[in-house]
Design a protein around this ligand. Structure first.
Ligand SMILES: [Zn+2]
Ligand SMILES: [Zn+2]
Length: 213
């Protein structure tokens, strides 16, 4: 098994977690032994989130999707955004808020759960009024946390440890864009995302009856 960042290996990661006896869990209660809290911060692409959600549904898994209201790259209020939220729920996911400091835009689209986008240390672990901050106890603990940030695992890909049941519980943060688009490095993956995004935006222009000839 090669630990590449691909939908195929994401599926293997989920299978490893199931083999290790983990149960999928969310942020509505304190983590229990055997819990795997799948968290996705969606920074760039709802299409990537949907691709990963289909993989999860196929594997009998579910996760919490942290969606932005202030993304530079997608609009949750667009028709595609509204449809994406509905589909993520339909596939068994929960929807929470990926917030941009200092704005917490919680409304009825979201569970009262917040993950800050690119947080500074000053507020990363500060309580958020009326909501769970996923980077606070009991949901966060460095020993029970792994992240794929910038397409690098600081402690290696966790699939083997999951298969062996080595984590008492785990909050696993993954960014869908890294898994849905191909590339050996973050730079390559981001360029693959931008190529796909350009094609998708050309389609949007056509749909808006823009003359591209
Ligand atoms: Zn792996
Ligand atoms: Zn983010």
């Amino acid at each position: 098994m090669t630990c590449e960042f691909s939908l195929a290996h994401y599926r293997e990661l989920l299978e490893a977690a199931k083999a290790g006896g983990y149960r999928f869990s969310g942020f509505d209660r304190a983590p229990q032994p055997g819990d795997l809290l799948l968290r996705h911060d969606v920074d760039l692409s709802l299409e990537a989130a949907l691709a990963l959600a289909e993989v999860e549904a196929g594997a009998g898994a579910w996760s919490t999707w942290f969606l932005m209201t202030r993304s530079n790259f997608y609009n949750l209020d667009s028709a595609a955004g509204v449809a994406a939220v509905a589909r993520l729920r339909e596939l068994g996911g929960r929807v929470a808020h990926h917030a941009v400091w200092p704005h917490v835009d919680l409304d009825d689209r979201f569970e009262p759960v917040v993950a800050w986008h690119n947080p500074d240390p000053e507020y990363m672990s500060a309580p958020v009024e009326g909501a769970v901050n996923v980077m606070t106890e009991p949901w966060f603990d460095p020993e029970h946390y792994r992240s794929d940030s910038n397409q690098r695992w600081r402690h290696g890909c966790p699939h083997e440890q999951l298969a062996r049941g080595e984590f008492g519980w785990l909050q696993l943060l993954t960014h869908p864009e890294i898994w849905a688009y191909e590339g050996a490095t973050m730079g390559e993956t981001m360029r693959a995302f931008l190529d796909a995004d350009r094609d998708a935006r050309l389609e949007l222009l056509r749909a808006d009856r823009i003359d591209l000839e």
